[in-house]
Design a protein around this ligand. Structure first.
Ligand code: GLY
Ligand code: MN
Ligand code: MN
Length: 488
């Protein structure tokens, strides 16, 4: 689909072409007659009376809270730009979490600006690329023209959908260059906007904006909880899909599992929320195994860590460790049941008022007990925990916040997150594991190459918690019964 007409620079950075320039051959290979012909004969497809998106009242409340936090300052939150994969092809676009959280929009090049109206209060404007101009030919002659990439919403349509006044983004960089007064921007998404602001912002002040937006997302509103449940429900169906095709995976590779889950994610959601970990046999001990090119063998375990991301960009993050042939061996079951017991202890510690660390400590305590009981570590358990000796096999923290980012709220301050207190509306994973590397000579041979993790998505409620991923079985016997049902 490469075409010599595709320009090399994004259209908003190109000068608008006059009729005279066109005549002088700035669009090579386009005769005046063709250019004239392409200008007319198109129906008016403007949409009217559009209903606001479902989260519009929530995004308004989020912008209001942001406004109250930074009175008198201009705030600039870009969606980001397409990233080149090679030549004129791009990676799939995913809007920045901050932008999507505050607008509900996911359009590349979009920018949300909160303009102070005085010492308090802001007016929000969303800057977007408008519909392609037919008069100057950009709709078919520009690589980002609608004939190539599909119809965009007009600015008027975007206003109705998002509930935010919309303007042409091609005018924003210049307006920001000329703007006066304090400014903060979310960095790392849009180099054009950052260049325009270069003399007006500081790293420290921008970081405060990023931290605020990270912490603001810790407690989910009702819309977000609904989306997280949708993400998890699709993920449950994706796991069922995988169990149903395990024989095909055995005949091919872990890739069959990755592709099967991805199909569910793309059909029911926007995408996967992170690279699926489809780790069969000893690959389960490689925490971020995303190559997924190994064999799938009867008698081994499959550690599947995967999550569907919804159309609104909320992701699940779920892990199950399954016996590929449907039945755990004795040693697999022993390790699995220990991790399950640890996860039960962790989930029980998730409740409002508990410290974020409590569930990690509860889970680790059980794992340390098991490792001592099995003779892999010398007790007492408190000594093991104090020295962190269990970590040779537990490897990672027991969970993290979950939301639009799989590792959500990552820029939050320690006191608001890892040293913080759980509140209703927070959503987190509880995911203990035990991993015995294939070359670990400190454990008996039967343990080597076995890795087990169980991961669920837990919502903190007023009186405790709710397991959003309870639709998947967790005990070893329930997993076996579930697999038998799906495979029959
Ligand atoms: N899937 C990445 C994690 O569990 O944190
Ligand atoms: Mn996780
Ligand atoms: Mn995970």
């Amino acid at each position: 689909m490469a075409d010599e007409l595709t320009p090399e620079t994004p259209e908003e950075e190109q000068p608008k072409k006059t009729h005279k320039q066109r005549k002088n051959g700035l669009y090579p290979g386009v005769s005046d007659e063709l250019a004239e012909n392409m200008r007319s004969g198109w129906a008016d497809t403007e949409l009217h009376g559009l209903e606001p998106i479902a989260q519009a009242t929530h995004t308004l409340a989020r912008r209001d809270a942001l406004s109250r936090h930074f009175p008198g300052e201009r705030l600039v939150i870009p969606a980001g730009r397409l990233k080149t994969r090679s030549n004129d092809t791009e990676y799939p676009f995913r809007a920045s979490t901050e932008y999507a959280y505050l607008t509900g929009d996911q359009t590349e090049n979009g920018v949300l600006v909160l303009e102070p109206t005085g010492p308090a209060g802001h007016v929000a404007t969303i800057y977007l690329l408008p519909r392609s101009d037919r008069e100057n030919g950009e709709f078919w002659l520009s690589g980002q023209g609608e004939l190539w990439v599909g119809r965009r919403h007009s600015l008027a349509e975007a206003e109705q959908l998002l509930g935010i006044p919309a303007k042409d983004v091609r005018e924003l960089a210049e307006a920001l260059t000329e703007a006066e007064g304090p400014v903060r921007a979310v960095r790392g998404h849009d180099s054009v906007i950052e260049s325009a602001l270069t003399d007006k912002v500081t790293k420290e002040r921008d970081e405060e904006l990023r931290v605020y937006l990270s912490e603001a997302r810790a407690v989910k509103d009702t819309f977000e909880i609904g989306e997280l449940q949708k993400a998890v429900d699709s993920t449950v169906r994706g796991f069922e899909d995988v169990v149903e095709v395990l024989d095909k995976a055995e005949a091919t590779s872990e890739r069959y599992i990755e592709g099967t889950f991805f199909l569910r994610a793309r059909v029911e959601g926007n995408d996967i929320g992170y690279g699926s970990i489809c780790a069969a046999g000893p690959h389960a001990c490689t925490l971020h195994w995303v190559r997924n090119d190994g064999d799938v063998r009867s008698g081994d375990l499959l550690l599947l860590d995967a999550g569907v991301e919804t159309h609104t960009l909320y992701t699940a993050d779920v892990t199950r460790t399954l016996p590929i042939n449907g039945t755990y061996t004795d040693i697999q079951r022993k390790i699995y049941d220990a991790v399950y017991e640890s996860q039960e202890a962790g989930i029980a510690a998730v409740k409002p008022g508990a410290k974020f660390r409590d569930f990690h400590d509860a889970s680790q305590h059980v794992l340390a007990e098991k490792l001592v009981e099995w003779g892999l570590l010398e007790g007492p358990v408190e000594r093991v925990l104090e020295l962190g000796l269990q970590r040779r096999w537990t490897l990672h923290g027991t969970g993290h916040m979950l939301g639009m980012d799989v590792h959500d709220c990552a820029a939050a301050r320690r006191e608001a997150y890892v040293d913080g207190t759980l509140e209703p509306g927070m959503c987190l994973t509880v995911e203990p594991g035990l991993y015995f590397q294939a070359d670990d000579l400190t454990v008996p041979e039967e343990y080597r190459g076995i890795g087990v993790r169980i991961e669920d998505d837990i919502l903190v409620t007023e009186d405790g918690n709710r397991n959003l991923s309870a639709g998947l079985p967790r005990t070893s016997t329930d997993v076996e019964a579930w697999m038998a049902r799906l495979k029959s």
